[in-house]
Structures are given as structure tokens and as C-alpha cells.
Design a protein around this ligand. Structure first.
Ligand SMILES: Nc1ncnc2c1ncn2[C@@H]1O[C@H](COP(=O)(O)OP(=O)(O)OP(=O)(O)O)[C@@H](O)[C@H]1O
Length: 634
């Protein structure tokens, strides 16, 4: 039976909760994945750093730092040597370890973990190394006897299935008194050598659930978990035994169902996949921020199973796989935010450098050119274009080439969801009354600014509009940029470069909230506001000020704002009981809110409540009125 190393035998400091080491691997750019020929949206900056274009502003990049960054040209051998080999000796000392590949579908997880005959991945290399280490110990006659064995399972739709015994039922996960995680009924096969491992592993891998999705012909629909157990027994008395476990995990892809084209069974599968990955992200976050709070291992089968090999005294490495093509932008951005808890915005026209020189993206530049870091275009032409692009101010990137407001909405929600607990606490503090008042003051000023600009905009003649369009189209930018320039021209009016972390306060959106009826825009202004993207930023939801405000007009705008914030706070962090304490929210609605929150993260604004099943616009109006009035004691 698995027995973890006694405290006295563990190397000093190993009983601390370990951080999960995070490596990022960028797979090579593939023409076939880039039908628009847009090039890469992400690139490496060194052994730990990379940058991705900022979706809010194409003239900026977001830089991330990780424990290790494996660039496009990194070999399987290098990934293994840097990220995996160093943790393997711990298995022979009765400690646990886990290596898991995370990332969007099609980004290279299976390649990293399994590889191919010619380029074997982490799994075959790690198992071979375990046998090498055991062999070396036995040769050294250290007084211990070693035995190696394997189990192999998949978690599919939250069911634990034995890959060494296909057709088996969902297996239970248990914990013994020493907090070891056990799976009664799971096949354990003793192994005598690496060749022996291969004969069991290869056919069992074919039992894994895969399917073809729009993004990957052979997409893994389950989390595949290989367990290698090393049991070490003392030859002579006193007879003691230590067990070390190594989990090698190829996670199913994190995915956006709109892109994968998933429906029916595929949609159900990805619901389960995304939920367990979301829990994994919470676990990794809790371990790495060391907040000392509850680590939510029990919230999914995947994290429950990995509980004794993730955090605690275990050694864990997460290899986040990402793809460079623009069509993966949203997934790459999500994966990076999952993996890193900090990032930096840098003013740097990444897109211009990449896209204006298509030969770079297609890998056709000579080695000298790459090493020199120069572009194939004449320097003066490039710098002119860069300048033009900078002047066109803050065009947001439209990942996957479509200016879809729902994608923007999801990016905003994602940023919010990915924030670490320290930032959450900071935000909670921000929500004190004093702070709120200050914010409202700023927002009022911005509101005035917006109105002035809307006025100015209206005064512009059609001719001027045409003229400026012509100017924008005169640039030599490729189609993507022209499209962006047109689509986002009105955003010039809010070209504020803010760190992503403060995106909680969205000036335009909040301006709408503090509007008084007397300040309401007339029809023409509303049209302009729609053009400047107020509705889009809010995911197409009407700004509340533009709907029913008659009763609100009698109330102090600061108090109104405060009440809305309070309601939003309850929606985002309230328990079932607290949610039910809201007016017009019963047990069913409270549960639906909790479910929505679990899948989509925080509500960005109270209007998001309309996305909950059964909450019509009318019902929402009654809800907001009842709750605001009740919070004011009227
Ligand atoms: N580093 C790499 N070098 C060369 N080819 C790669 C690399 N990474 C991935 N590929 C190729 O990209 C394609 C997709 O990779 P893979 O199947 O490993 O993705 P995945 O993340 O496991 O996807 P899914 O989650 O859908 O299973 C495969 O054809 C694979 O061979």
C-alpha cells in the first residue's frame, strides 16, 4: 500500500507546501492552422519570458514570466531535461511528483507528453529514467530493494476509467488515514523493465477516448493519467517500506466550444473538461499564492485524484502548451493567464513587426536575419508603418479575426476570473464607501468628457468622416489592420492605456450607471455612443441608464452606484443563503446564479443577471428596483 515518506526521512523543507513549477511551451507555427496567413501573435523573449500582442491595443504587448519558457525550436529532449528530469529522483525517496501538460486543444499537449516514435515525449523518457535511477541504486547496494509498477486511467466526463482494463466501471477515489489517495479496483501492473512498460502502455493508450473536433483531428476528450509507483523495501530488519508515486498527465484541451464546433456529446464532454480544468486552475492558484486558505481539491475528480501529488511535499510541474497562430489567441491568452499570475504591459508594436513581414511568420527568414532580429523590409518603411499604426491609436485585436463583442466580453470576464486572491482582497477594500465615492467622482468627470466628445463627433460632417476613412485606408497595413482601424475608430475617444488588472473599472460602462435622466443622451448621442462601442464593451447589454430610470432619478447617484456595487458583490461572492436574501431571488435562481458563476467566473455587472435562465429584462428591472430600494430602506 502507498505509504508516504516519514517526516524524518524527507529532505529538509520538503514538508512545506510546494509551489507548482510552471513551464510554457510554444509549439511551432503551422501554416495549416492559419488560413488568413496572419502569422504569430506570441513570441519568446528569453529562457523565462514571452510576449503576446495586447488584445486591447495592437501597439502593445503583454509580457509574461514563467519558471521556464520553451520556445518553438525546443526539442523533446530539452523539455524533458529542463522541466522533468530534476524531479524524478524524489520518487525513489518515497515522495510524490506530478507532471501535467495543460493548454488549448491542438497546442501540443499530447506531443509533449507522448510524442512519437522519432520524437518520444515526457512519458517514455521519464519512465526510462526511473528505471535508470532504480538500476543505479540497486548497483550501489544501498540496502533497499525496489519494485516498479504502473496504473493507467482516464477521467472522462468526471468518470474514472481503467485504461489497463477497458470496459471497467467508474472507479471510486478514496483517501486513507495517512492522506494517501487510493483507487480501489484500479489495475496495478508490476514492471520489470522499460520494454515491459512499453508493451502495456502502447495498447492501453489506444483505449483512451479521443474524437475529431474542428481544431484537432484526434483530440483527447479525457484526462489521461499514468501512475508510476516505486516501492522501496529494506532488505534486512527493521523491515520498512516507502512508496513514491509519479503522475504523468496529459490533460484534455481547454476549449472554446464556439471554435471547436462542439455540440451534443462533445459539448457535454467539454463542459466536464472545462469544469475540471477550472478547478485545477483554482488549486494551482491556491498552492502558488500560498494564501493559506482551503485548496479546493475535492471540487473535481482530477484534482481529488492528484491531491497527494500536487502541493504538500510533492514536486509538481505544469507544462502549459500554447499555439502561436491568431486563431488560438483567446485560448493562448486564457492559458497564459492561468499559468502566470502577473504580467506587464509594454508599448511595443509587436504586430507590425510580425505581420508586415509575412516571411517571418512562415519561418522563411534566414537564420542570420532571425539572429539579427531585423526585418526583411527596409528599415525606413517599417518605422513609418509602425508610426502610422501608433497614430491610429489603440486598435483592439480581434482574436480569430472577428470583431465579436462576445469574445471581448469573455476576455474581460476572464481577466476578472484569473485575478489572484491578493488582488481580490485589494478590490474588496476598494469597495469601501469612501473609495466608491472617489470612483464615482472620476466617473462623473469621464461622463462629461464623453458627452463633450459625443457632441464634437456629431458636429463632424459626413465629408470629414469619408476623408478620415480614406486616410486610414491609405496605410499599407494588411487587411486585418484596416478592418480593425475601421471597426474601432470610435475607441480613439477612450484611448486610455491601463493595466489589465484595473479593467474592473470600465469608465464608459460605469458612466452609464451614474447617468441622471437629465443627462441622458438624446437619440443621436445614443447612436454615437453605440458606435463608440459602449454596448459592445458591455457584451451587447443595454446600459442601464438608457432603459428604465424614472424611479432612479429620485435617488442620489452615489447611493445608487453603491447599492449596485453591493448587489454585484453579493452576486459574485454571496453564499446560497446570501443570494436568497436578495429580493426576488429564490432557491432555484440562487442555485442558477452559483452555477453560472462557477462556469463563467464573476458577473462583470449586475445586468449580467439577465443571462441567467428565466431572468427577462422586465424581471431584471423589478429585481434591481426592489433590491436598490430595499438596501436604501425605502
Ligand atoms: N513541439 C511540436 N513540434 C512539432 N509538432 C508539434 C509540436 N507540438 C504539437 N505538434 C503537432 O501539432 C498537432 C496538435 O498537437 P497535439 O495533438 O499534441 O495537441 P493537443 O494539445 O494534445 O490537442 P488535444 O487537446 O485536442 O488532444 C499534432 O499534429 C502535433 O504533432
Amino acid at each position: 500500500m502507498a505509504q508516504r515518506v516519514a517526516a524524518g526521512e524527507a529532505p529538509a523543507g520538503s514538508r512545506r507546501t510546494s509551489r507548482v513549477r510552471v513551464a510554457v511551451r510554444l509549439r511551432p507555427y503551422m501554416d495549416a492552422q492559419d488560413d488568413k496567413g496572419e502569422g504569430s501573435c506570441v513570441r519568446g523573449l528569453g529562457p523565462q519570458k514571452l510576449e503576446i500582442i495586447n488584445w486591447r491595443n495592437a501597439t502593445e504587448t503583454l509580457q509574461y514570466q514563467f519558471d521556464v519558457f520553451h520556445g518553438e525550436e525546443t526539442t523533446q529532449q530539452e523539455v524533458f531535461l529542463t522541466s522533468v528530469k530534476p524531479i524524478l529522483p524524489h520518487i525513489l525517496n518515497g515522495q510524490n511528483a506530478s507532471v501535467f501538460a495543460y493548454g488549448p486543444t491542438g497546442a501540443g499537449k499530447t506531443h509533449t507528453m507522448f510524442g512519437s516514435q522519432e520524437e518520444p515525449g515526457v512519458i517514455p523518457r521519464a519512465v526510462r529514467e526511473v528505471f535508470n535511477l532504480v538500476g543505479a541504486q540497486e548497483k550501489g547496494q544501498d540496502g533497499w530493494e525496489y519494485s516498479v509498477g504502473m496504473s493507467y486511467l482516464e477521467i472522462y466526463n468526471e468518470k474514472v476509467l481503467d485504461l489497463l482494463s477497458p470496459g471497467s466501471q467508474d472507479l471510486p477515489i478514496r483517501e486513507d488515514k495517512d492522506r494517501n489517495i487510493l483507487i480501489p479496483g484500479l489495475t496495478h501492473t508490476p514492471l520489470s523493465s522499460f520494454a515491459d512498460f512499453d508493451t502495456h502502455f502502447i495498447p492501453a493508450s489506444l483505449n483512451r477516448t479521443t474524437a475529431s473536433t474542428k481544431l484537432n483531428q484526434r483530440s483527447s476528450r479525457s484526462h489521461a493519467i499514468l501512475l508510476i509507483k516505486v516501492v522501496k523495501s529494506r532488505r534486512g530488519p527493521p523491515h520498512r517500506q516507502q512508496t513514491g508515486k509519479l503522475y504523468l498527465v496529459d490533460l484534455a484541451g481547454s476549449e472554446d466550444n464556439r471554435r471547436t464546433g462542439n455540440q451534443g456529446i462533445r459539448l457535454k464532454e467539454s463542459g466536464a473538461i472545462n469544469l475540471s480544468l477550472f478547478t485545477l486552475s483554482k488549486v494551482v492558484d491556491a498552492l502558488n499564492t500560498g494564501a493559506g486558505g482551503r485548496v479546493p481539491y475535492r471540487d473535481s475528480k482530477l484534482t481529488r485524484l492528484l491531491q497527494d501529488s500536487l502541493g504538500g511535499s510533492a514536486h509538481s510541474v505544469m507544462i502549459t502548451n500554447i499555439a502561436p497562430e491568431y486563431r488560438y489567441y483567446f485560448d493562448t491568452f486564457s492559458a497564459l493567464n492561468f499559468a502566470a499570475k502577473s504580467k506587464q504591459i509594454v508599448n511595443r508594436p509587436f504586430v507590425k513587426e510580425t505581420i508586415l513581414a509575412p516571411t517571418i511568420a512562415h519561418g522563411k527568414r534566414s537564420r542570420e536575419e532571425r539572429e539579427a532580429g531585423g526585418s526583411v523590409e527596409p528599415q525606413n518603411k517599417r518605422s513609418k508603418e509602425v508610426k502610422k499604426a501608433e497614430q491610429s491609436s489603440s486598435p483592439p485585436v480581434h482574436p480569430h479575426g472577428s470583431p465579436d463583442s462576445s469574445v471581448l466580453e469573455r476576455l474581460l470576464a476572464l481577466e476578472k476570473m484569473m485575478m489572484g486572491s491578493a488582488e481580490r482582497e485589494r478590490l474588496n477594500l476598494l469597495k469601501t464607501v469612501a473609495q466608491s465615492r472617489k470612483e464615482i467622482q472620476v466617473l462623473k468627470e469621464k461622463q462629461k468628457e464623453l458627452e463633450d466628445k459625443a457632441k464634437m463627433y456629431n458636429n463632424q460632417s459626413e465629408d470629414t468622416e469619408k476623408e478620415s476613412d480614406a486616410l486610414l485606408f491609405k496605410t499599407d497595413l494588411p487587411p486585418l489592420h484596416r478592418k480593425q482601424s475601421t471597426a474601432v475608430r470610435p475607441r480613439k475617444q477612450q484611448a486610455v492605456v491601463t493595466p489589465l488588472q484595473v479593467s474592473q473599472v470600465q469608465p464608459l460602462q460605469q458612466c452609464a450607471v451614474v447617468c441622471k435622466p437629465s443627462q441622458l443622451l438624446d437619440k443621436k448621442k445614443k447612436r454615437v455612443q453605440a458606435e463608440v462601442g459602449v454596448g459592445k464593451e458591455n457584451g451587447g447589454v443595454d446600459p442601464p441608464s438608457a432603459v428604465d430610470v424614472t424611479w432612479e432619478s429620485h435617488l442620489d447617484s452615489a447611493l445608487l452606484e453603491q447599492s449596485r456595487k453591493k448587489i454585484l458583490q453579493t452576486l459574485n461572492s454571496g453564499s446560497l443563503k446570501e443570494l436568497k436574501s436578495l429580493q426576488l431571488i429564490g432557491d432555484k435562481k440562487a442555485k442558477l446564479i452559483m452555477g453560472w458563476r462557477e462556469i463563467n467566473g464573476d458577473f462583470t455587472q449586475v445586468e449580467d443577471l439577465k443571462k441567467i435562465e428565466g431572468v427577462s429584462a422586465k424581471r431584471f428591472s423589478s429585481f434591481i428596483k426592489a433590491n436598490i430600494l430595499s438596501s436604501m430602506g425605502k
